[in-house]
Design a protein around this ligand. Structure first.
Ligand SMILES: O=C(O)[C@@H]1CCCCN1
Ligand code: NA
Length: 678
């Protein structure tokens, strides 16, 4: 069914809805095609995390073993919950708030929490896109501006901060971020502010017409990163040292299986990578047609995501292996020279001394042999191992903007590769931002249908707000806030949200009932295994994860990496009091909607019930009761004369609350808007 969106938008989709589904279903826009939809899901889930979080985690936590662990957790929690979100969105056809409200009004807080988490991530994610834009524009210079250290004004001496660190490090901290020594200080970084504005402009442009425009943009923004990754992969494999890099990377270290923290990190990465708990997955799938095979989608997207992480890891480590090899070569040259000097003056290891053109591997062999007789380290001769250089883990921003940039300067035609790389980051980031924004906008539009009339304005407004709040990230100390948001807002609250989602479906709504709903959509019953996953396995796994995260939070002092300008190196600092407060409020604000809405709704329905009992008044509009309730109930109510001043049996009241019996006032408003548009 290849209808264009123009035809579909604002008109009935032609699919009759099963069961009791809110009225706006019939006028919901749908994806232009299945391909667009899959690209959008892939575009959202595959993001910067795959390129700079996954390879780092993999490297830090046991290489090949981490990969296996990640895969296991993907099977236990990733796929079942991804499937759950897809199915819930598709069957209820609402954004995250609507979905959970549909199950029970008391659970609507889950949706609000999703929105909050999503906004937190969107806020800092777009800053990274701004950084990528900055680097992309700077890549058009030859030689690249981060290739050499600048000199002091009117002198030939290199700037000390740069000479002590490296040109790329200096460029990152001083030219790009102009970073302060600590998180305190509130000067603005104006050039970066400009790039942040540009980034929001791009996001807004891609979103402005809803999924109609972003669906088309997806073809480019979701596929382009793969083209670049493959170019880099081929180029990377042709480099000296690439094989070493990949070998070192994937060598499994089995002892990590015992470490709870590694499990925690792997699981958190599963959540972050698939975007579980963001509400974006739900928002995207809510624009699907009802009979779409969401089980296939869940497996396909998770699989593509996993493969992309591996692909990115291969690329990163091939290039880092090449860089480490270069550094080792230089190291060998220096040390060979030292050795030859030694053998002249002392009776040291002169007999064996290596020639000028020795390879890194041969030098390493020679070193190990000789080191038995003469402890070379004591003589100031170093081993120059590729492994040691690779062991220096590089995380997050440091990976993309410092180490990878440096590696690219070593390639011939460096500006070309550099532009390609940052263009890739830009596209990875943008497609994810579209999903993030959709995860905020869709649920709000669904929940407050009055906004629908001003959809475009609302979208623009969201972007403007994002930009304004985002200004804290483009202060000179802004990147410290980015890592704070990354460390705290996208971890614990996500786990909490997803646990509640799982409970809502498996225990409140009922796993069996949900399985039946899915059967209605797919046409066949999904594996029974999913039921047990949702009810027990995934849920328990996530509870364990929550516990591990809480324990870790309590025993470790939160610190952050800061750049010290005078020492020209990174140091670990403690957060000041206010920053600790901010950090805690990030977690609290993101999780608070769940209990607040729960209490509010419980209290309200309790009051309502009391009122009903006291006055014998029915709060609901009579007409709708007669419309919606089938046969016998309908008659009983009419015959008993309870319509109007009677009361509803408690179960019915509950159903009514869930919107299963009655159109609410909001539905009516919704119908009005549809009429306006139709
Ligand atoms: O891995 C990523 O970069 C994204 C972040 C947002 C949610 C989906 N995954
Ligand atoms: Na993306």
């Amino acid at each position: 069914m290849e209808k264009s969106l123009n035809e579909l938008e604002g008109s009935a989709t032609g699919e009759s809805s099963l069961g009791l589904i809110p009225a706006e279903v019939t006028s919901r826009p749908t994806w232009g095609s299945k391909v667009q939809y899959i690209l959008a899901q892939v575009g959202f889930s595959v993001g910067l995390g795959n390129v700079w979080r996954f390879p780092y985690l993999c490297h830090q936590n046991g290489g090949g073993s981490f990969l296996l662990l990640y895969f296991l957790l993907l099977l236990i929690i990733g796929i079942p919950l991804f499937f759950l979100e897809l199915a819930a969105g598709q069957s209820i056809r609402q954004g995250s708030i609507g979905v959970w409200k549909h199950i029970s009004p008391r659970l609507a807080g889950i949706g609000f929490a999703s929105c909050v988490v999503c906004s937190f991530v969107a806020l800092y994610y777009n800053v990274i896109i701004g950084w990528s834009l900055f680097y992309m524009f700077n890549s058009f210079y030859y030689p690249l501006p981060w290739e050499n250290c600048p000199t002091l004004p009117n002198q030939t001496v290199e700037v000390p901060e740069c000479a002590k660190s490296s040109p790329t490090t200096y460029f990152w901290y001083r030219s790009a971020l102009n970073i302060t020594n600590s998180i305190e200080g509130s000067e603005m970084n104006w050039p970066m502010t400009g790039f942040l504005i540009l980034a929001w402009f791009l996001v807004c442009g891609g979103m402005i017409k809803g999924i109609k425009s972003s669906g088309k943009v997806m073809y480019f923004s979701s596929l382009f990163p793969y083209v670049v990754l493959f170019c880099f992969l081929i180029r990377g494999f042709l480099l000296d040292g690439a094989a070493d890099g990949i070998r070192i990377m994937f060598t499994p270290k089995l002892e990590i299986w015992k470490d709870v923290q590694v499990w925690r990190q792997a699981a958190t990465q599963v959540f972050f990578a698939l975007g579980l708990g963001f509400g974006s997955v739900i928002a995207y799938s809510s624009y699907n047609d009802r009979y779409n095979n969401c089980h296939f989608d869940a497996i396909l997207v998770s699989f593509i995501n996993f493969m992309t992480s591996i692909l990115a890891t291969l690329v990163v480590f091939a290039v880092l292996g090449f860089r480490a090899n270069r550094i080792a070569e230089i190291c060998v040259k220096e040390n060979v020279w030292k050795v030859s000097n030694l053998s002249l003056n002392t009776s040291g290891p002169g007999l064996l001394f290596p020639s000028e053109n020795i390879t890194v591997a041969d030098y390493s062999k020679w070193y190990e042999e000789v080191n038995h007789q003469f402890p070379l380290e004591n003589l100031g001769i170093s081993h120059c191992r590729v492994e040691d250089e690779m062991k220096k883990g590089v995380e997050g921003t440091g990976l993309a903007f410092i180490v990878f940039t440096e590696a690219m300067t070593l390639l011939p035609a460096s500006p070309f590769w550099s532009v390609l790389f940052f263009l890739m980051l830009l596209n990875l980031g943008l497609s994810t931002m579209f999903g993030n924004m959709q995860g905020i906008i869709t649920p709000l539009l669904d929940n407050f249908p009055k906004l629908l009339k001003r959809k475009t304005l609302f979208t623009v407004l969201c972007c403007v707000c994002g930009l304004l709040i985002g200004l804290i990230f483009v202060q000179r100390s802004g990147s410290y806030f980015v890592s704070m948001f990354d460390d705290y807002s996208a971890t614990l609250p996500l786990i909490i949200v997803v646990i509640f989602e799982n409970i809502a479906v498996a225990w409140v709504y009922g796993a069996d009932r949900f399985m039946e709903d899915i059967q209605g959509m797919l046409g066949y019953r999904p594996w029974i295994l999913y039921k047990y996953m949702w009810k027990y396995v995934s849920l328990l796994a996530m509870m364990g994860l929550l516990l591990a995260s809480l324990i870790r939070m309590c025993i470790t002092q939160p610190t952050y990496q800061s750049w010290n300008q005078e020492k020209a190196e990174e140091i670990n600092l403690q957060y000041p009091k206010w920053a600790l407060g901010l950090l805690i409020s990030l977690i609290v604000v993101a999780s608070l909607p769940i209990p607040v809405v729960f209490l509010k709704e419980t209290l309200q329905s309790w009051l309502k019930r009391r009122r009903t009992k006291m006055y014998g008044q029915c709060e609901y509009r009579q007409g709708n009761i007669v419309d919606e309730i089938t046969g016998p109930v309908d008659e009983t109510i009419i015959n008993s004369g309870h319509v109007g001043n009677g009361y509803l049996p408690v179960e019915m009241e509950d159903m009514a609350e869930r919107g299963q019996l009655l159109n609410t006032a909001e539905d009516e408003a919704e119908e009005d808007t549809n009429n306006v548009h139709g």
